[in-house]
Design a protein around this ligand. Structure first.
Ligand code: AMP
Ligand code: ZN
Length: 479
C-alpha cells in the first residue's frame, strides 16, 4: 500500500517496523462538547485506514487518548482549559463533563460504524506517566523550569520538525498577533509540559508532582499514552490536519528527545470538513452534530458515504444540498443491492479476484475511497451471477462499513411485507388500476377535480377503493 506521509511529504510504500504488525495512534477528542461532523470526518477516514490494514491481514493495535485535561483554548498553550470552560458552561464538574461527552463521542462513532480503538485512555488516568517523561526530559536537558511551569526547550533540537506547509513564521507561536507572549519561554516555539502557574487560577483538576501542584500540557499526553501502550516505536500516527502543528510537532520533539531515536514513521493527516464560510467549528455557525443530521432525516450512514466520496487529503465542503445528493445516491445503491438475489449459486472466484483487484488498487493508492466506491458500483455492473456480486459487496463493506448488506436486507424485507399485504390481482387488472391512478393524478395536477372524482367513482363501482397516501395512491379490492 502507498500512503502519503506528511513527514516526508511523499507517497511512500507502507512498510511496518515489524512484519505483519501495525502500531497506530490516534489523537482522540477533547471531551468538552459534542464532536462536530468535521471532527468525525477525521475519525471516519482513520477508521477506513485501520479497517483496510486489517483487510490486508495486518495485526493492528490502535490506541486513542481522550483529552480530559490540558487542552487550552489555544493550541499554543494559552487561554484556559477547554474542559473547565465546558464545565462552567453547563454548571457541572470537569469529570461529569468528561464522562458525558466521552459517552456521546462513542455513541456518535457507533452510529457512523467507527470502530472503537483497541485501547482508549483518558489523560487523567496517566498522570504518573506524564511525570516520568517530564523528569526524563529534564534530566536530559531538554526541559527547563521557569515561572513555575516546566517547558520543553526547542533550541536543544537539531531540527524542530515542521509539518506540511507551515512556515517558520507559523512556528513562532509567541509572536502570532492573537497570541500573548509568555515571557517565561526561552524560545518562542517552546511549549509547556507541566503547568503550576496559569492566569486561570480556578483550574479544577490538579495533581501533586515533583514540579509542584499542577496539571499537564496537552502535547505530553499523546507522547506518553502512545508509549504506555505501543512502546517506543510507532508505525502510523493519525489526526486532523490542524493537529500537525503545533501538537504533532511537539509530540515528536518530546518522544524523540526521550527515546533518543526516531519515533513514528508515517503521519496520516485528514484535511478539514469546511462549510461555505470556512473551517467547521463548534463556536461558529450551525453546530453540526450527528444528532442534528438525524433530526433532519439523514441516516448517519449517508454522512459516512458522503465522506468516502472525496479524498482524505482534500478539504470537503459540507452543505445540506451536498448531503441530500449523497442520500439519493446511497439509497439508489442500497436499492440495487437489494435487488440482487442469492439463490444458492456458486461464487465465481475469478470474478471475485477481478473485483477485488480494482478495490485494492484504489485503496493502495493513498486510500482513494472514492475510487473504492467506484469499484463497488463496477462490481454491481459485472457480468457475473448475483451471488458473486453479493460476496464482493460484503467483502468491500468490511472496509467501507457502509452497512450495505444490512440496509439492503431491510429494504428487501420491507418490500416482502408490502407484497404480502398487496391485494392478489391479475396483471391485467393491476395494469388497468395503475393506469386509472395515473390518469387521476394527472387530472388533479391540472386541477380537473371533476375528472379525478369520476375516475374514483368508476373504480368504486368495480369494487376498487383508492387510498391516498403521502407518497402516492394505493388501493383495496372488495371481496
Ligand atoms: P478535538 O476534539 O478538537 O481535539 O479534535 C478532534 C479531531 O478532529 C482532531 O483530530 C482534529 O484535528 C479534528 N478536526 C477538528 N476540526 C476538524 C474539521 N473541521 N474537519 C476535520 N477534522 C477536524
Ligand atoms: Zn495527540
Amino acid at each position: 500500500m502507498r500512503l502519503y506521509n506528511s513527514l516526508t511529504r511523499e507517497r511512500e510504500e507502507f512498510i511496518p517496523r515489524v512484519e505483519g504488525k501495525v502500531t497506530m495512534y490516534t489523537c482522540g477528542p477533547t471531551v468538552y462538547h459534542f464532536a462536530h461532523i468535521g471532527n468525525l470526518r477525521s475519525y471516519i477516514m482513520e477508521d477506513i485506514l485501520e479497517k483496510y490494514l486489517r483487510y490486508l491481514s495486518y495485526d493492528v493495535k490502535r490506541v486513542m487518548n481522550i483529552t480530559d485535561v490540558g487542552h487550552l483554548t489555544s493550541d499554543a498553550d494559552v487561554g484556559e482549559d477547554k474542559m473547565l470552560k465546558g464545565a462552567r458552561r453547563e454548571n457541572k464538574t470537569v469529570m461529569e463533563i468528561a464522562d458525558f461527552y466521552t459517552k456521546a463521542f462513542f455513541s456518535d462513532c457507533k452510529k457512523l460504524n467507527i470502530k472503537t480503538p483497541d485501547v482508549v485512555e483518558p489523560a487523567t488516568g496517566c498522570i504518573s506517566e506524564f511525570i516520568t517523561m517530564i523528569e526524563e526530559l529534564l534530566a536530559k536537558g531538554y526541559a527547563y523550569a521557569a515561572g513555575g511551569n516546566i517547558y520543553f526547550d526547542t533550541s536543544k533540537l537539531e531540527k524542530y520538525y515542521v509539518f506540511n506547509d507551515f512556515t517558520e513564521e507559523d512556528l513562532n507561536v509567541g509572536v502570532r498577533e492573537t497570541v500573548e507572549e509568555d515571557s517565561n519561554k526561552k524560545n518562542k516555539a517552546d511549549f509547556v509540559l507541566w503547568f503550576t502557574k496559569s492566569k486561570f487560577d480556578d483550574q479544577e483538576l490538579k495533581w501533586d508532582s515533583p514540579f509542584g501542584l499542577g496539571y499537564p500540557g496537552w502535547h505530553i499526553e499523546c507522547s506518553c499514552i502512545a508509549r504506555k501502550h505501543l512502546g517506543e516505536y510507532l508505525d502510523i500516527h493519525c489526526g486532523g490536519i490542524d493537529n500537525a502543528f503545533p501538537h504533532h510537532t511537539n509530540e515528536i520533539a518530546q518522544s524523540e528527545s526521550t527515546f533518543g531515536h526516531e519515533w513514528c514513521k508515517y503521519w496520516f493527516h485528514v484535511h478539514h470538513l469546511n462549510t461555505a464560510g470556512g473551517k467547521m467549528s463548534k463556536s461558529k455557525g450551525e453546530f453540526l452534530t450527528v444528532s442534528l443530521l438525524e433530526e433532519r432525516g439523514f441516516d448517519p450512514m449517508v454522512y459516512r458515504f458522503f465522506c468516502l466520496g472525496s479524498h482524505y487529503r482534500k478539504n470537503l465542503v459540507f452543505s445540506w444540498e451536498n448531503l441530500e445528493n449523497a442520500k439519493t445516491s446511497y439509497n439508489k445503491l442500497i436499492g440495487k443491492i437489494a435487488s440482487l438475489k442469492n439463490s444458492g449459486g456458486t461464487v465465481a472466484e475469478e470474478d471475485m479476484e477481478r473485483g477485488r483487484a480494482a478495490f485494492k488498487a484504489a485503496l493502495d493508492n493513498d486510500l482513494n475511497t472514492s475510487l473504492a466506491v467506484t469499484a463497488l458500483y463496477d462490481a454491481l455492473k459485472m457480468k457475473t451471477n448475483d451471488e458473486t456480486k453479493l460476496a464482493l459487496i460484503a467483502e468491500f463493506d468490511k472496509v467501507l462499513d457502509l452497512g450495505l448488506i444490512a440496509h439492503a436486507e431491510a429494504v428487501r424485507s420491507e418490500e416482502a411485507t408490502e407484497e404480502q399485504t398487496a391485494p392478489d390481482v391479475s396483471a391485467e387488472l393491476l395494469a388497468y388500476i395503475k393506469e386509472k391512478i395515473e390518469a387521476r393524478r394527472q387530472a388533479k395536477l391540472s386541477k380537473n377535480y371533476a375528472e379525478a372524482d369520476a375516475i374514483r367513482a368508476e373504480l368504486l363501482e368495480k369494487g376498487i377503493t383508492l387510498i391516498d397516501k403521502k407518497d402516492g395512491t394505493d388501493f383495496s379490492i372488495k371481496g
